[in-house]
Write a protein that binds this ligand. Sequence first.
Ligand code: SF4
Length: 479
Amino acid sequence: MDNNNIMNTADFDVLHEECGVFGAYDFDGEDVASTIYYGLFALQHRGQESCGIAVSDTNGPKGKVMSYKDMGLVNEVFNPENLEKLKGNIGVGHVRYSTAGSSVRENAQPLVLNYVKGTLGMAHNGNLLNAVELREELSYTGAIFQTTIDSEVIAYLIARERLKVGTVEEAVKNAMLKIKGAYSLVVMSPRKLIGARDPFGFKPLCIGKRDNTYFLSSETCALDTVGAEFVRDVLPGEVVTITSKGIESDTSLCQKNNARCIFEYIYFARPDSKIDGMGVYESRINAGRILAKTHPVDADLVVGVPESGNPAALGFSLESGIPYGNAFIKNNYVGRTFIKPKQAQRESSVKVKLNVLKEAVAGKRVVMIDDSIVRGTTSARIVSLLKNSGAKEVHVRISSPPFKHPCYFGTDIPSEDQLIATGKTVDEICKIIGADSLGYLEVDRLSEMICGGTGFCDACFTGNYPMDPPTRDIRGEMG
Ligand code: SF4
């Protein structure tokens, strides 16, 4: 089939997180692959292009790792037969989304590295700023890379450092001193499960426990899915080492300056997750409440654009007293390889995914809440869907500030020239998307959204990058 006819999820003008990670260590020696499968299934929203699981037996010979990874969703890649073959009581798993060119099987994770000290399995969420330089440096000293992802640079550095120090956790810490950027890591050595979060804490990572099994996960929703209790979040800059003796923590790289990605709360994370003590659902409700106060409007109905717009719409309704309702029916079965409608066809990509409940909106003044506007094409189509279904007025409220800058930390927010908000006023954007009014959440309200929380990154809205952005656009070169 001609690839030009394949509709990638990116065609919907939505943003993507680049990865989700999950790790498990069962001290009773039971196999963990099927539990990791369910953990990854709960993290599927963080990456839909490829996934994989690597496991090892802590009581078996060092260096024997079994892994399986491929392109596709978790339930497409894994089946009872290939899961059954993954024998081992310690393991790591990964779901991945990538930019177009690098969406190949070799770049799927976890990465497994065999070296003189044994074997290393690793899964990474995030994006490095100095991966190109480090890769060049490592290549000049003999490293041969199998993939084009920056995660392999981290794995290589850990393996190299392990030759100089006594433990894997020290090697992870030494590697962290060399890498710059966003990363949450789960690393499996023959006898240890290690979790690490970059000192800014861009990406989430938490610890869970179920009987004698410990877990590391990008989000708490995956802990719920596998029946584990939430133990705590891994701190920004912390390295945790999980062995049969319990959890050891190294906080020597922790710093005061944190930069948790605020967009996790607005859009990426699942609403049933909590990140660093703050509920994602609650923060979305708060965003809606703030919008109702800062951008009130006379209307008959508040609706959310599924899924992340729904809690914000409920918050808007609770604050304003305008009834909350459903206006959209979403088709959730649009997979990776959906056939893209041709230009001349009447079905737009948006219409394929969303349909409007005409009787819910006809003759009404509708407040439509969405999480963000990227290029503006999707918002314009959704507004016109509502109007064509009989809505009298459509007032758009956005539960984030306008995107004005790209993200270099693992989110595919495009460059300035592709963002509708760059160089345009809110009124101009309102006209382009065909709405009757438009209001965004203000940047200085973001902290209120997460109940007074501080230490977050808002660079895609403000341009205040927590660390110097690269001098050229490195996105797409790696990972
Ligand atoms: S730039 Fe935006 S998307 Fe990227 S880490 Fe910061 S807040 Fe998150």
